[in-house]
Design a binder for this molecule. Sequence first.
Ligand code: GLN
Length: 188
Amino acid sequence: MIGVLALQGNFDSHVKILEKINLNHKLVKDSKDLSSLSGLILPGGESTTISNLLRRNKNMIDEINLLASKKPILGSCAGLILMSKNSNDNRVHNFDFLDITTDRNAYGRQVYSFEAEINVKYGKISSNLNSLFIRAPKVNEIGRKVEILATYKNEIVAVKQGKHVGLSCHPELLDETLIHEICFKGKK
Ligand code: GLN
């Protein structure tokens, strides 16, 4: 059972992807929803808002940390910002699941949102995925344990560290399943 954090943001589109790849799922709105999951998705949305809602429910932060020590976490866009070790904005709760720093809204405002093909390379996989960039963050520094999963125009747009995967854009909004399969089905 994969949980999808459903406090704010585009959790619905992740649910659709999990359905498409036949993984059971449930929406996570409270700490009790986090027990006995086999993975968790932190969706896009507004990282400051999601952080506020999480900080109001401290148990949730503790439970997410506990889950991440055992099971994979996938974060997209705001989710990636939350997973990074630092995003230079103290309104954001940084879980530090990924040894990267992120810069919020680094591609510009909503009007500068765009669709692009990102190039995914992982194991035997080499594939172009359609993806949406919506007020996307950029990944700045990356630690040595972080693998680069995908790039777009020389920017790092998806990373993997151990079990955890984070991406700055939204392939799930264009029905792409590959990143979810890599994270939760061990596809290589
Ligand atoms: N700009 C948002 C933030 O900083 C992220 C946007 C998104 O998730 N599509 O939280």
